[in-house]
Design a protein around this ligand. Sequence first.
Ligand code: GLN
Length: 202
Amino acid sequence: MIIAVLALQGAFAEHEKMIRSLGADCIELRQAEDLKKHYDGLILPGGESTVQGKLLRELGMFDTIKKQIEDGLPVLATCAGMILLASVIDGQIDGQPDSYFGTLPVRVRRNAYGRQLSSFHAKADVAGIGAVPMTFIRAPYVVEMDKDALASGNGQILAVVNNRIVGVRYKNQFAFAFHPELDPDTRIHQAFLNCVKARTPD
Ligand code: GLN
């Protein structure tokens, strides 16, 4: 099983370390050529979503990755990665709207906790996993998930902190507002690997 980690900017090395510690292989996606390699799942790390989106466009990687996600490639997206997936970005938009994948039917708010609370820790339940430590860094949150997505069962709210949605799933896309790769708890990555494994033929 091979997991590709988008390695243009941000906290990608921490994801790779965690994935390897769980016994799966990792490759880095740094240029369009890398997208020809075989991989069974994708991680979109935290960082700065406007920068990542711009680089994805400039490096000619955007359309291929978007198509892979639409075709069902399992994705674990954290923080900026969640913003890249979102179909609607609320509040400040200083990137090109066409540099977001828009494959996850949620409205997200960027840098949503205000200056004082820009970084904080919490411990809260993630559906199907239990209480996990959560590190938020200039994090977004999900304002709402599309009602049809929820009603169809394809969409699911996975975690809520202080009445704000911080974890969602839509089909094979898992998105979290916090950084599970920065805490020692590996269960979110393990759950993602289980999902990848379930759809990967032996
Ligand atoms: N604030 C960042 C953004 O808008 C996300 C922060 C993060 O990934 N830690 O892209």
